[in-house]
Design a protein around this ligand. Structure first.
Ligand code: NDP
Length: 245
Protein backbone atom coordinates (compact mmCIF):
# COMPACT_ATOMS: atom_id res chain seq x y z
CA UNK A 1 0.00 0.00 0.00
CA UNK A 2 1.38 3.40 -0.96
CA UNK A 3 2.55 5.50 1.99
CA UNK A 4 1.25 8.74 0.55
CA UNK A 5 -0.30 11.52 2.56
CA UNK A 6 -2.06 14.00 0.31
CA UNK A 7 -2.20 17.63 1.41
CA UNK A 8 -5.74 18.67 2.36
CA UNK A 9 -5.90 20.93 -0.71
CA UNK A 10 -3.95 18.60 -3.04
CA UNK A 11 -6.70 18.78 -5.70
CA UNK A 12 -7.86 22.35 -5.13
CA UNK A 13 -9.05 23.99 -8.36
CA UNK A 14 -9.02 20.73 -10.28
CA UNK A 15 -11.97 19.28 -12.15
CA UNK A 16 -12.03 15.48 -12.15
CA UNK A 17 -14.42 13.11 -13.92
CA UNK A 18 -15.14 9.81 -12.16
CA UNK A 19 -17.08 7.05 -13.98
CA UNK A 20 -19.13 4.63 -11.91
CA UNK A 21 -19.23 7.31 -9.22
CA UNK A 22 -22.46 6.10 -7.62
CA UNK A 23 -21.18 3.02 -5.85
CA UNK A 24 -18.17 1.04 -4.67
CA UNK A 25 -14.67 2.37 -5.25
CA UNK A 26 -15.86 5.13 -7.61
CA UNK A 27 -18.15 6.61 -4.99
CA UNK A 28 -15.38 6.71 -2.38
CA UNK A 29 -12.89 8.12 -4.92
CA UNK A 30 -15.34 10.90 -5.85
CA UNK A 31 -15.92 11.80 -2.18
CA UNK A 32 -12.18 11.69 -1.49
CA UNK A 33 -11.27 13.86 -4.48
CA UNK A 34 -13.95 16.37 -3.44
CA UNK A 35 -12.66 16.34 0.14
CA UNK A 36 -9.24 17.33 -1.23
CA UNK A 37 -10.66 20.32 -3.09
CA UNK A 38 -11.65 18.96 -6.51
CA UNK A 39 -14.86 19.69 -8.36
CA UNK A 40 -15.95 16.20 -9.30
CA UNK A 41 -18.09 15.23 -12.28
CA UNK A 42 -20.07 12.16 -11.27
CA UNK A 43 -20.82 9.85 -14.19
CA UNK A 44 -22.87 6.68 -13.81
CA UNK A 45 -26.00 4.85 -14.82
CA UNK A 46 -28.19 4.97 -11.69
CA UNK A 47 -29.21 8.60 -11.19
CA UNK A 48 -30.48 7.99 -7.64
CA UNK A 49 -27.02 6.80 -6.55
CA UNK A 50 -25.29 9.76 -8.23
CA UNK A 51 -27.69 12.15 -6.50
CA UNK A 52 -26.89 10.59 -3.13
CA UNK A 53 -23.15 11.17 -3.72
CA UNK A 54 -23.89 14.71 -4.91
CA UNK A 55 -25.87 15.41 -1.72
CA UNK A 56 -23.14 13.96 0.51
CA UNK A 57 -20.52 16.18 -1.17
CA UNK A 58 -22.72 19.27 -0.78
CA UNK A 59 -23.53 18.42 2.85
CA UNK A 60 -19.82 18.11 3.64
CA UNK A 61 -19.21 21.59 2.21
CA UNK A 62 -16.91 20.40 -0.59
CA UNK A 63 -16.95 22.07 -4.05
CA UNK A 64 -20.33 21.63 -5.79
CA UNK A 65 -20.12 18.60 -8.10
CA UNK A 66 -21.83 17.91 -11.42
CA UNK A 67 -23.75 14.83 -12.57
CA UNK A 68 -23.65 13.09 -15.94
CA UNK A 69 -26.20 10.26 -16.09
CA UNK A 70 -24.96 7.84 -18.76
CA UNK A 71 -25.25 4.09 -19.26
CA UNK A 72 -21.96 3.09 -20.89
CA UNK A 73 -23.66 0.03 -22.37
CA UNK A 74 -25.66 2.13 -24.81
CA UNK A 75 -23.48 5.23 -25.06
CA UNK A 76 -22.39 6.44 -28.48
CA UNK A 77 -19.40 8.46 -29.61
CA UNK A 78 -21.74 11.45 -30.02
CA UNK A 79 -22.67 11.20 -26.31
CA UNK A 80 -18.98 11.53 -25.44
CA UNK A 81 -18.43 14.40 -27.87
CA UNK A 82 -21.41 16.29 -26.38
CA UNK A 83 -20.17 15.53 -22.86
CA UNK A 84 -16.68 16.85 -23.66
CA UNK A 85 -18.18 20.05 -25.09
CA UNK A 86 -20.31 20.58 -21.99
CA UNK A 87 -17.28 20.06 -19.73
CA UNK A 88 -15.27 22.56 -21.78
CA UNK A 89 -18.09 25.12 -21.65
CA UNK A 90 -18.64 24.75 -17.91
CA UNK A 91 -15.10 24.25 -16.62
CA UNK A 92 -12.75 25.29 -19.45
CA UNK A 93 -10.52 22.28 -18.92
CA UNK A 94 -10.43 18.82 -17.34
CA UNK A 95 -7.59 17.87 -14.96
CA UNK A 96 -8.33 14.20 -14.55
CA UNK A 97 -10.47 11.24 -15.44
CA UNK A 98 -10.81 8.10 -13.36
CA UNK A 99 -12.17 5.35 -15.61
CA UNK A 100 -13.64 3.21 -12.85
CA UNK A 101 -17.04 1.90 -14.06
CA UNK A 102 -16.92 -1.76 -15.03
CA UNK A 103 -19.06 -4.81 -15.43
CA UNK A 104 -18.04 -8.21 -14.06
CA UNK A 105 -20.13 -10.13 -16.59
CA UNK A 106 -20.60 -13.87 -16.29
CA UNK A 107 -17.80 -15.98 -14.83
CA UNK A 108 -17.47 -19.55 -16.06
CA UNK A 109 -15.66 -21.97 -18.32
CA UNK A 110 -14.68 -20.79 -21.79
CA UNK A 111 -17.05 -23.18 -23.59
CA UNK A 112 -19.98 -21.61 -21.73
CA UNK A 113 -19.09 -18.04 -22.73
CA UNK A 114 -21.88 -16.21 -24.53
CA UNK A 115 -20.99 -13.73 -27.22
CA UNK A 116 -23.59 -11.28 -25.95
CA UNK A 117 -21.99 -11.27 -22.48
CA UNK A 118 -18.52 -10.87 -24.03
CA UNK A 119 -19.75 -7.97 -26.20
CA UNK A 120 -21.42 -6.27 -23.24
CA UNK A 121 -18.37 -6.51 -20.98
CA UNK A 122 -16.05 -5.28 -23.73
CA UNK A 123 -18.38 -2.37 -24.51
CA UNK A 124 -18.57 -1.11 -20.92
CA UNK A 125 -15.03 -1.96 -19.76
CA UNK A 126 -13.02 -1.21 -22.92
CA UNK A 127 -14.84 0.53 -25.78
CA UNK A 128 -16.52 3.09 -23.51
CA UNK A 129 -13.31 4.34 -21.83
CA UNK A 130 -11.45 4.23 -25.17
CA UNK A 131 -13.95 6.39 -27.07
CA UNK A 132 -14.71 8.60 -24.06
CA UNK A 133 -10.99 9.32 -23.74
CA UNK A 134 -10.76 10.09 -27.46
CA UNK A 135 -13.47 12.73 -27.02
CA UNK A 136 -11.95 14.13 -23.80
CA UNK A 137 -8.34 14.54 -24.96
CA UNK A 138 -8.91 18.06 -26.27
CA UNK A 139 -10.30 19.33 -22.96
CA UNK A 140 -7.69 17.35 -20.97
CA UNK A 141 -4.94 19.07 -22.98
CA UNK A 142 -6.33 22.44 -21.86
CA UNK A 143 -5.36 21.63 -18.26
CA UNK A 144 -1.84 22.54 -17.12
CA UNK A 145 -1.33 18.89 -16.05
CA UNK A 146 -3.86 16.13 -16.62
CA UNK A 147 -4.10 12.56 -15.38
CA UNK A 148 -5.93 9.71 -17.11
CA UNK A 149 -6.34 6.70 -14.86
CA UNK A 150 -7.67 3.37 -16.14
CA UNK A 151 -8.87 0.72 -13.71
CA UNK A 152 -7.37 -2.70 -14.17
CA UNK A 153 -7.49 -5.87 -12.10
CA UNK A 154 -5.28 -8.74 -10.99
CA UNK A 155 -6.81 -10.76 -13.84
CA UNK A 156 -5.76 -8.04 -16.30
CA UNK A 157 -2.14 -8.80 -15.49
CA UNK A 158 -2.19 -12.56 -14.93
CA UNK A 159 -4.87 -14.76 -16.52
CA UNK A 160 -7.09 -16.88 -14.30
CA UNK A 161 -9.47 -19.73 -15.20
CA UNK A 162 -13.16 -18.82 -15.58
CA UNK A 163 -12.64 -15.04 -15.70
CA UNK A 164 -12.97 -14.92 -19.57
CA UNK A 165 -14.64 -11.68 -20.72
CA UNK A 166 -13.72 -9.59 -17.68
CA UNK A 167 -10.06 -10.67 -17.82
CA UNK A 168 -9.91 -9.98 -21.58
CA UNK A 169 -11.31 -6.48 -21.02
CA UNK A 170 -8.76 -5.75 -18.28
CA UNK A 171 -5.75 -7.06 -20.26
CA UNK A 172 -6.90 -4.81 -23.11
CA UNK A 173 -7.23 -1.93 -20.64
CA UNK A 174 -3.55 -2.33 -19.74
CA UNK A 175 -2.72 -2.29 -23.46
CA UNK A 176 -4.82 0.83 -23.99
CA UNK A 177 -3.01 2.52 -21.12
CA UNK A 178 0.41 1.69 -22.61
CA UNK A 179 -0.46 2.81 -26.15
CA UNK A 180 -2.01 6.09 -25.00
CA UNK A 181 0.78 6.76 -22.49
CA UNK A 182 3.32 6.35 -25.29
CA UNK A 183 1.36 8.82 -27.45
CA UNK A 184 1.20 11.30 -24.56
CA UNK A 185 4.91 11.11 -23.68
CA UNK A 186 6.39 14.57 -23.21
CA UNK A 187 2.96 16.25 -23.08
CA UNK A 188 0.92 17.65 -20.18
CA UNK A 189 -1.23 14.50 -20.14
CA UNK A 190 -0.15 11.37 -18.28
CA UNK A 191 -1.76 7.95 -18.43
CA UNK A 192 -1.53 5.12 -15.91
CA UNK A 193 -3.51 2.14 -14.68
CA UNK A 194 -4.49 1.07 -11.19
CA UNK A 195 -5.37 -2.36 -9.84
CA UNK A 196 -7.42 -1.80 -6.67
CA UNK A 197 -6.90 -5.37 -5.47
CA UNK A 198 -9.54 -7.32 -3.54
CA UNK A 199 -11.88 -4.66 -2.14
CA UNK A 200 -15.11 -4.82 -0.14
CA UNK A 201 -17.69 -3.89 -2.83
CA UNK A 202 -20.72 -5.38 -4.55
CA UNK A 203 -18.64 -6.53 -7.51
CA UNK A 204 -16.26 -8.47 -5.27
CA UNK A 205 -19.16 -10.03 -3.38
CA UNK A 206 -20.70 -11.15 -6.69
CA UNK A 207 -17.42 -12.72 -7.79
CA UNK A 208 -16.71 -14.39 -4.42
CA UNK A 209 -20.10 -15.00 -2.74
CA UNK A 210 -18.65 -17.32 -0.06
CA UNK A 211 -15.98 -14.85 1.09
CA UNK A 212 -16.30 -12.92 4.35
CA UNK A 213 -16.26 -9.25 3.21
CA UNK A 214 -14.89 -8.18 6.57
CA UNK A 215 -11.54 -9.80 5.65
CA UNK A 216 -11.14 -7.36 2.74
CA UNK A 217 -9.72 -3.88 2.44
CA UNK A 218 -12.28 -1.12 2.06
CA UNK A 219 -12.33 1.40 -0.78
CA UNK A 220 -11.21 4.03 1.77
CA UNK A 221 -8.02 2.02 2.38
CA UNK A 222 -7.03 2.42 -1.28
CA UNK A 223 -7.36 6.18 -1.45
CA UNK A 224 -3.70 7.14 -0.91
CA UNK A 225 -2.82 5.65 -4.34
CA UNK A 226 -5.96 7.10 -5.97
CA UNK A 227 -5.10 10.54 -4.59
CA UNK A 228 -1.44 10.31 -5.53
CA UNK A 229 -2.28 9.52 -9.16
CA UNK A 230 -4.67 12.48 -9.49
CA UNK A 231 -2.47 15.03 -7.71
CA UNK A 232 0.44 16.89 -9.27
CA UNK A 233 2.76 14.82 -7.04
CA UNK A 234 2.49 12.09 -9.69
CA UNK A 235 3.23 14.36 -12.65
CA UNK A 236 6.29 12.26 -13.59
CA UNK A 237 4.36 8.99 -13.73
CA UNK A 238 3.33 7.84 -17.20
CA UNK A 239 2.69 4.41 -18.68
CA UNK A 240 2.84 2.61 -15.34
CA UNK A 241 0.66 -0.12 -13.83
CA UNK A 242 0.00 0.66 -10.16
CA UNK A 243 -1.37 -1.50 -7.35
CA UNK A 244 -3.49 0.20 -4.70
CA UNK A 245 -2.72 -2.58 -2.23
P1 NDP B 1 -19.04 -1.93 -8.20
O1 NDP B 1 -19.78 -2.97 -8.99
O2 NDP B 1 -19.25 -1.86 -6.74
O3 NDP B 1 -19.29 -0.50 -8.84
C1 NDP B 1 -19.20 -0.35 -10.23
C2 NDP B 1 -19.68 1.01 -10.63
O4 NDP B 1 -19.69 1.06 -12.06
C3 NDP B 1 -21.09 1.31 -10.16
O5 NDP B 1 -21.17 2.65 -9.77
C4 NDP B 1 -21.93 1.06 -11.41
O6 NDP B 1 -23.10 1.84 -11.48
C5 NDP B 1 -20.96 1.50 -12.50
N1 NDP B 1 -21.35 0.90 -13.77
C6 NDP B 1 -21.47 -0.41 -14.05
N2 NDP B 1 -21.94 -0.58 -15.30
C7 NDP B 1 -22.12 0.68 -15.82
C8 NDP B 1 -22.62 1.17 -17.04
N3 NDP B 1 -23.04 0.36 -18.00
N4 NDP B 1 -22.67 2.50 -17.24
C9 NDP B 1 -22.27 3.35 -16.25
N5 NDP B 1 -21.81 2.94 -15.06
C10 NDP B 1 -21.75 1.62 -14.84
O7 NDP B 1 -17.52 -2.21 -8.55
P2 NDP B 1 -16.17 -1.85 -7.72
O8 NDP B 1 -16.30 -0.56 -7.05
O9 NDP B 1 -15.76 -3.06 -7.02
O10 NDP B 1 -15.16 -1.72 -8.95
C11 NDP B 1 -14.62 -0.50 -9.41
C12 NDP B 1 -13.53 -0.80 -10.39
O11 NDP B 1 -12.49 -1.54 -9.76
C13 NDP B 1 -13.97 -1.64 -11.59
O12 NDP B 1 -13.29 -1.20 -12.74
C14 NDP B 1 -13.52 -3.04 -11.22
O13 NDP B 1 -13.31 -3.83 -12.38
C15 NDP B 1 -12.23 -2.75 -10.50
N6 NDP B 1 -11.77 -3.79 -9.58
C16 NDP B 1 -12.46 -4.05 -8.41
C17 NDP B 1 -12.00 -5.01 -7.53
C18 NDP B 1 -12.71 -5.33 -6.26
O14 NDP B 1 -12.26 -6.22 -5.52
N7 NDP B 1 -13.77 -4.67 -5.90
C19 NDP B 1 -10.76 -5.75 -7.80
C20 NDP B 1 -10.12 -5.41 -9.04
C21 NDP B 1 -10.61 -4.45 -9.88
P3 NDP B 1 -24.48 1.30 -10.86
O15 NDP B 1 -24.23 1.12 -9.39
O16 NDP B 1 -25.42 2.38 -11.21
O17 NDP B 1 -24.75 0.00 -11.56
Amino acid sequence: MLEYQAAKDALKGKTILVTGAGDGIGKVAAMTYAAHGATVILLGKTVRKLEAVYDAIEAAGYPTPAIIPLDLKGATEQNYIDMAETIEEQFGHLDGVLHNASLLGVLGPWEHMSQSSLDEVMKVNLTAPAIMTKALLKVLRKAPKASILFTSSGVGRQGRAYWGPYALSKFATEGMMQVLAHECEGTSVRVNSINPGATRTKMRANAYPAEDPMTLKTAEDLMPTYLYLMSDDSEQENGKAFNAQ
